[in-house]
Write a protein that binds this ligand. Sequence first.
Ligand SMILES: [Zn+2]
Length: 438
Amino acid sequence: MKKTHIKIIMLITFILSVIISSVNVFGFVGNFDSSAFKSFPTFKWTIPTKTPRVTRTPSATKTPSTTTSKITTPPTMTPTATPKTTVSPTVIPSPSNTPGGNDLQREASKNPPNALAVSSVPQFIVFGFDDNYSSDGVKAIVELFEKYNNPAGIGKLSTYDGMKIRSTFYNTGKFIDSNDELKTQWANAYNKGFEVGDHTYAHDDGKNFTYKQWSDELTKSEQILKNLLGNSFKSYGFRSPYLSFNQDGLQAVKDYGFEYDCSIPEGDQSDVDGKGCYWPYTLDNGSPCNKYVNKNWNEPLVTGVKGLWEIPAYTFTVPSDNDCSQYGVDSGLRSRMEQASSDFNFDSGKVTGMDWNVFEKYKANPKEYTAILKYSLDLRLNGNRAPMTIGSHSNFYSDSEYSAALEEFITYALKNKDVRIVTAKQLLDWLKNPVVLK
Ligand SMILES: [Zn+2]
């Protein structure tokens, strides 16, 4: 054979080998070991059969992490959440496939949901009463709320127009163990349309609880509520005692089937005031305020809980000296509260949004509490209308001076035609399907 013939045959052989190897890379010929062709190793990742694995990832990652936290549960387990955070972007396009279904991710934002105009959305106010060990306290709240309806609006049920005002009771299971009168009042509230949520069985500080400890608490308290309210009862929402929580706790809350948590303070950030709080969000990527307090005050970090809504415990704002008289209290309220507890932030006037903090820690009286609530509401109405949550304890309000203070705030709030006083669950339903007032 001539040299030119040999060259032509070699060229044809080379071309054929290139064609065959390319065809294999795209999966048309089975079981081809493409690693033999070291010149094309980067083609490996284009093989289409890899795609379905993305869909399987959520359940695959979820199961081990849950199991791990159930078994080992050291307080430092927070790293288990890291894979979830990484995985979540691939999950977003197909929420219906995620465990539990109907999961929705909403990033924290200072704007109302679905880009609705601030002036078009209701100003929601949500009272959440914790503990509820006093039957007189629960009774007083039910009787007070029974007296009022939300503004009539245009009669839209989806914005709770004209409906009775309602609150949520986050009950602590151990309190009804041997208290028949309390059982009666808890059941009465539920039957009248108040929301019942969970505040654990034993009311311990769970900051260092393991996943299993949280899970056991939830199982026990939910069983108590089922025994009282019927087997089909389930709580939608959870608040941790002392607002003390950790990543494992909130993951346990989600895994148990709760839709929202309301334990995380929101509004402490130095660049957030009562006019521009973050609207409620899902905890897929943690919480803005929790990240802030973790960084600045070393509080436990919530790295992320996929699909669990956070209806935060927003800060209240105490009127400044210039505003006190307009709200019916003597000037110097911030100074008085600072004297009661030196950690009061005089410049911002912000306090954790729970009545206990105002009454017990900062020693304000009921009239001053009313002023703080009115002032905080007016900031919202002049701001972005983020919902106002009012962390409360029903036991205070069996005292007529305290219940009168609460009633004064409620009548003040309801004079504004855009205000709606609702349960946390009602707010959540609106957040998932937000509609305008008119
Ligand atoms: Zn409590």
